[in-house]
Design a protein around this ligand. Structure first.
Ligand code: NAD
Length: 267
């Protein structure tokens, strides 16, 4: 199975190339970058420190990459991902999306592509976070509004979007457990004289610093007791492993929109 990587020179792109090389039954189908990338026309091997060339040049021609591959993995930026979803629909190539920070309109465009091909999108590809989401939904359904839910996340200083896609997914899980819409209870970016906390709100706090790969804690704070559940990602490898697993799963599915719970059989 040929897997293409758009945004192959990125932190996740490089990890994905290494993961595919180490995965039985998977083959690198090529890699693309944006038109101003310093890596264009270089062999993909320069990105992973391989001694032998892979015989595949980094291209800005994303359409050609989609046409050459069975499935493409995308960890880039929202605007590029919207474009890639269009190419997936036009070429019929399955697309695995890890990009976070997309707004509702961008998500709608991406979801529309799922009418023509397989679109698998997840703000976090790790098994542990997807299990955590199930636990958060369950606990939120049991505890009433006397328990305040706060979601704290920390990531490396390069990250451009906040709260993280994973924090928002955990917020959705908590809101779903309480039977409410996250948009109506979400409390983000507190600063200054905010007034007292509203019961039932789901709060978010984002920390940025150093090389932290990704840490998420969901806090259920009640009177006299507090439950905290934390997930810590030690390496990007777990996201890359999840994405490659998803890519292998995607090629056997009919067109449609899927997430990591489908891939892991958690639905
Ligand atoms: P990064 O900045 O290191 O990599 C992004 C890459 O995309 C860069 O190489 C950039 O040049 C490239 N790119 C930008 N526009 C492009 C275009 N039009 N065509 C092709 N390539 C293009 O970022 P990163 O740390 O690898 O993260 C990428 C995204 O993945 C972010 O949104 C991040 O939040 C998300 N992420 C998701 C998960 C998950 O499990 N879902 C895990 C880690 C990161």
């Amino acid at each position: 199975m040929k897997i293409g990587i758009v945004g192959c020179a990125g932190r996740m792109g490089q990890m994905l190339l290494k993961t595919i090389l180490a995965t039985d039954g998977a083959e690198i189908g090529g890699g693309s970058e944006h038109g101003r990338s310093e890596y264009l026309d270089k062999d993909l091997s320069v990105l992973i420190g391989a001694s032998e060339p892979l015989g595949l040049k980094i291209t800005a021609d994303a359409r050609a990459l989609f046409e050459a591959c069975d499935v493409v993995i995308d960890f880039t930026v929202p605007m590029a991902t919207v474009n890639h979803a269009g190419l997936a629909a036009e070429t019929g190539t399955a697309l695995v999306i890890g990009t976070t920070g997309m707004d509702k309109e961008q998500i709608a465009v991406v979801d529309a592509a799922a009418q023509k091909t397989v679109i698998m999108r997840a703000g976090n590809m790790s098994v542990g976070i997807n299990l955590l989401m199930g636990l958060v939904e369950q606990i939120s359904g049991i505890l009433d509004n006397s328990f305040d839910i706060e979601i704290v996340e920390m990531h490396h200083h390069h990250k451009v979007d906040a709260p993280s896609g994973t924090a928002l997914m955990l917020g959705e899980a908590a809101a779903s457990g309480r039977g409410v819409d996250l948009d109506s209870v979400s409390d983000r970016g507190r600063d200054g004289i905010t007034g007292a906390r509203t019961a039932g709100d789901i709060g978010f706090a984002s920390l940025r610093g150093g090389d932290v790969v990704g840490e998420h804690t969901v806090i259920f704070a009640g009177e006299g007791e507090r439950i905290e559940i934390t997930h810590k990602a030690a390496s990007r490898a777990l996201f890359a492993n999840g994405a490659v697993r998803a890519a292998q799963w995607c090629v056997d599915q009919p067109p449609g929109h899927y997430d990591m719970k489908d891939v892991l059989g958690l639905k």
